[in-house]
Design a protein around this ligand. Structure first.
Ligand code: AMP
Length: 236
C-alpha cells in the first residue's frame, strides 16, 4: 500500500502546524516540520544549526541542500512507512523537484494550501506562544492559556519564537510570496493541489482537509508527477 503524503502550504501563521498536528492524530502519520528540526539543530549547536541560524534570524530561507538533506534522512525512518505530513517543506521549486525523486508509484500525494490573507495573520504570529513539551499552540489575542506563560495541557513553560517579531514576520511573508507561492502553480499542473480557506475555525478546516484526503486518493505516477498519463488516470 502506498504512503499518504500530505504537503501543507500556506503563509506563516496560516495554521500549517496546527492542522498538521490534527492530521497526525487522525491518520497516525508523523508531522515533519523543517522549522522545528532547524530550531532543534540550532539549540543543539550542530553544524546544520550553525549554518541555518543567520538565515532564520533574518526571516530568510536556509539553503535547499541543507533542508533537502534533513528531510531525506527523516523520511527514511520507520515511522514514515505509512506516510507523513510535511509542514514547511518544500518551500522552493528546486526543493519540490528534489523531493519528487523521493516519491514512488503508489504514493498518494496531497498538496493542501491553507489559504489566508497575510494582513489577517500578523497577530496570529506576534501573539503566538508554543509549548515545548506537547506542541500546543496558544495566542495572546485569541486563545490565551489559563495561566499566563504556562501550558494548560502539560504545565510546561511556553516560549515565543524569536522570528515571530513584527519586522521579521513581514520579511517572512515576502519570502513566502516570492519563493514558496510558485509551488501552487507547480503542484496545480500535477493535479495534486487543493486549497482550503484557513480563516475559518480550526476544527472546520481540519474536517475539510480530512474529508479531502479520504475522498480524493490521488495516484502519482513514476515518482515524478505532472504529466499526461497522470491527467488521464485522474479522469478515469
Ligand atoms: P517555520 O517554522 O516553518 O516557520 O520555519 C522557520 C524558518 O526556518 C524559516 O523562516 C526558514 O528560515 C527556515 N526553514 C524552514 N523550512 C525551510 C525550508 N523548507 N527551506 C528553507 N528554509 C526553511
Amino acid at each position: 500500500m502506498g504512503r499518504n503524503i500530505v504537503i501543507l502550504l500556506g503563509h506563516p501563521g496560516a495554521g500549517k502546524g496546527t492542522q498538521a498536528r490534527a492530521i497526525m492524530y487522525r491518520l497516525d502519520i508523523p508531522q515533519i516540520s523543517t522549522g522545528d528540526m532547524l530550531r532543534e539543530a540550532i539549540a543543539r549547536k550542530t553544524a546544520n544549526g550553525k549554518e541555518a541560524k543567520a538565515k532564520m534570524d533574518a526571516g530568510e530561507l536556509v539553503s535547499d541542500a541543507l533542508v533537502n538533506g534533513i528531510v531525506a534522512e527523516r523520511i527514511s525512518h520507520d515511522d514514515c512507512k505509512k506516510g507523513f505530513i510535511l509542514d514547511g517543506y518544500p518551500r522552493t521549486v528546486p526543493q519540490a523537484e528534489t523531493f519528487s525523486k523521493e516519491l514512488s508509484n503508489d504514493d498518494n500525494l496531497f498538496v493542501i494550501e491553507i489559504g489566508a490573507q497575510s494582513d489577517g495573520l500578523t497577530n496570529r504570529l506576534t501573539g503566538r506562544w508554543i509549548c515545548p513539551g506537547c506542541g500546543e499552540i496558544y495566542n495572546t489575542y485569541s486563545r490565551a492559556p489559563k495561566k499566563e506563560g504556562v501550558c494548560d495541557v502539560c504545565g510546561w513553560t511556553l516560549f515565543h519564537r524569536s522570528d515571530d517579531r513584527e519586522d521579521l514576520v513581514r520579511e517572512r511573508f515576502r519570502t513566502y510570496n516570492e519563493e514558496t507561492f510558485p509551488l501552487v502553480d507547480y503542484y496545480q499542473k500535477q493535479g495534486v493541489y487543493y486549497r482550503v480557506d484557513g480563516m475559518r475555525p480550526i476544527e472546520e478546516v481540519t474536517r475539510e482537509i480530512l474529508t479531502l484526503i479520504d475522498k480524493k486518493k490521488v495516484l502519482i505516477p513514476a515518482g515524478r508527477g505532472g504529466n499526461e498519463e497522470f491527467a488521464k488516470r485522474r479522469r478515469h
